[in-house]
Design a protein around this ligand. Sequence first.
Ligand SMILES: Nc1ncnc2c1ncn2[C@@H]1O[C@H](COP(=O)(O)OP(=O)(O)OP(=O)(O)O)[C@@H](O)[C@H]1O
Length: 340
Amino acid sequence: MQSVEPIIQLVGLGKEFQTSNGPIKALDDINLSIERGEIFGIIGLSGAGKSTLVRCINYLEVPTSGDVLFENQSLSAMSSRQQRLARQSMGMIFQQFNLLAQRNVLQNVCFPLEIANVSKKEAVERAMELLELVGLKERAKAYPSQLSGGQKQRVAIARALATNPKILLCDEATSALDPNTTKSILGLLKEINKNMGVTVVVITHEMTVIEAICDRVAIIDQSHIAEVGCVTDIFSGPKSKIGRQLILGDAAEQVIGFGNNRRIRISFDGRSSFEPVLSNMILACKVPVNIMHAETRDIGGTAMGQMVIQLPEEEIDQNRILNYLKTAKINFEEVKDYDL
Ligand SMILES: Nc1ncnc2c1ncn2[C@@H]1O[C@H](COP(=O)(O)OP(=O)(O)OP(=O)(O)O)[C@@H](O)[C@H]1O
């Protein structure tokens, strides 16, 4: 088994904001471990606490309780010099790119190197290498206003990588981009992760982003982690209420109001989604079923599927189907109205 080594650990992390309407608890008792080299997703609805969480990781927001460990060292126990070095190891990109409008592309990428006192010659060399990596070497002299959203995000990625960070924090980095541009930026993040070994933390409200690139995902809801695990496991069997809502939302709505028969949700992994699971079941049990909802998703090249079927009226037929699924080792669960 491959050994895992945490690069970031959040231990009992909390963040409270003082506002004129009283305190707001944005994060409460967050415990998470992000492994070196993975692409880790954090997903949740608006206001769940995602941005605050990612900003606490690099101390853009200082937590009000708990601890952030970077490579097993507590950020709060570090001297300010050590803290600055740790923060240099964490690049960050944002939804609105945050480029400096008065500086051209090359000067934007050189900026963090200037702050780190790197010589101008060395900074320009490094910046040009990074611009080549993100496919924008030819636009080095352009200003941000002359670039498309996707190009601006590529410049922001090059800038974030300038100081050779070990982690890249991405706060809704593709939320302002169209689907094709999103795809190409996600492809670039995946390449950076694979080729440069940079750990990537992705904050998003979009399932498609998680599906496209993440290895593991944490679902955050109302300041708490609702569940965490491998993307394939969470997508095939979300356990928390919010996970079910985020992942099975469509299925849930579409099965309401179709009569009172029992319904089951079949989850199938990449292997079984290519097998004719339902046809085999109907042939073996010799009873018809209604398909209430079906969908498949491509997660890292593996097809994952959910299907909600309505069982036949007769109990004996229902049992035949349930026994078939158990024997065939196909994951299923009964759908209760309160799950919908
Ligand atoms: N600086 C702040 N001062 C006061 N409250 C804040 C501050 N920053 C965030 N909050 C509150 O903390 C909670 C979590 O906000 P946060 O921005 O982290 O959520 P989010 O999941 O990123 O949502 P969104 O996707 O809408 O940005 C919200 O109730 C928000 O209003």
